[in-house]
Design a protein around this ligand. Sequence first.
Ligand code: MRU
Length: 366
Amino acid sequence: MMFWELFMQQAVQPVVADSFSALAWRDNALRLLDQRLLPASEVYVDCTDAAQVAAAIRDMLVRGAPAIGIAGAYGIALQARFIGQSDDWSGALAESFALLEAARPTAVNLSWALKLMRDRLGRLAPDADVPARLLEAARSIHQSDHEANLTMGKLGMQLIRKHHKTPQNLLTHCNTGALATGGYGTALGVIRAAHEAGLVDTVFIDETRPWLQGSRLTAWEMQREGISACVHVDAAAGHLMKTREITWVIVGADRIAANGDVINKIGTYALSILAMHHGLRFMVVAPSSSIDMALENADDVIIEERSANELLMLGDQSVDTGVPAFNPVFDVTPADLVDAIVTEKGVIERPDAKKLADLMSHRHLH
Ligand code: MRU
C-alpha cells in the first residue's frame, strides 16, 4: 500500500463534535441559534410553543431542510407540554400540526417529521404520558439526523476518494452544515469528512443570494473548522469552474423526487448545467427523509416564493425602481444532471427511478 493510501485510511474518522447547536432542547424549551444574525452575533432564542416554532421556521431563524423538520417535531412536543393534559390529543394538537406544516412548503423533511410525530401520537396507549413520549420522539428524530449525517459524510468522502487521491477544489452552494441539520451537515458533512481525509484544498462558496447562506453561514462554519475556503458572488461560479480546477460541486437537497430530480436552493440548477459543461462531478447529499417517493418527478413541486423586498433592499439601501421582482427560493435540477446522490442508506450513481426505489426499500446498501 502506498503511503498516501495508508494516510487516507487512517485519516477517515470525521471530527464529530460541533462547537455550537443550531437547535437544542434546554430548560424545557427549544433553543434556536438565530441564523439571521450570523456571523455578526450569536444570539439564542427560546421557543416554548408550536406557534413560536412555526414563526421561527417561517422567518428563517432556523432554516435548512433537516433542521426545520427537527424544529417542527420539537414544536409538537412543546405544544403538548404547553397543553399539559387532554382527553383528545389529536384534536388538541391538530391546529399546531397544520400551523407547523404550513410554515415553509418546499422541504419535505418538515411534513416527514410531522408525520412521524402524528404516527407516534396515534400509537400511544390511552394512559401514556403524551408530552414526555412526544419529546422522546422529537429527540430521536434529532439524534437520527445527526447519525445519518455522519454516515453520509463518510460515504461521500469515499466517493471523492474513489476518483481523486489528492486534495481537490470543491464548490458548494447555500448552507448544508451543522446549522442546517441535526449536526455535522449533509454536503458540508461530506466536505468535513473529506477535509479530515486530506482530500480538500479549497472550498469555493457561492454567496447564495439573497439570504447569503453561503457567505454568512457556510463561510462561518468553514472558518470554525479551519477548512480553507473562499466566497464568491453566485455569478462567478462558471468563471471559477473554468479557471480554478474545481472537480466537484457538492450540494444538499430540500426534496428529491422518486425519479431523482433534486429540489434545492435557487441557483443549484444553473450549477448543475455549468458542472456538466466543465466536466465536473455533481454530488447531492441528503438524508432519506428528504426523498419524497410520492412525488414522481419535480415538475409540479411547490417552489416557495418569498417577498420581493428580499431582492429590493440591500441592507438599508433600496434598489426598488418600481420594476417588479420575482423571488423563487428553490429550483429543480433534473436527475440526469446529477452524478451521485449520497444518503445514509447508500450512494446512487446516475440516479433514476429504479435505483431510488431500490435504495428506499433497503435499510442500508453500503
Ligand atoms: O432557504 P434555506 O436556507 O432553508 O435553504 C436551504 C437549502 O436549500 C439547503 O441546501 C437544503 O435545505 C439542504 S440543508 C442540509
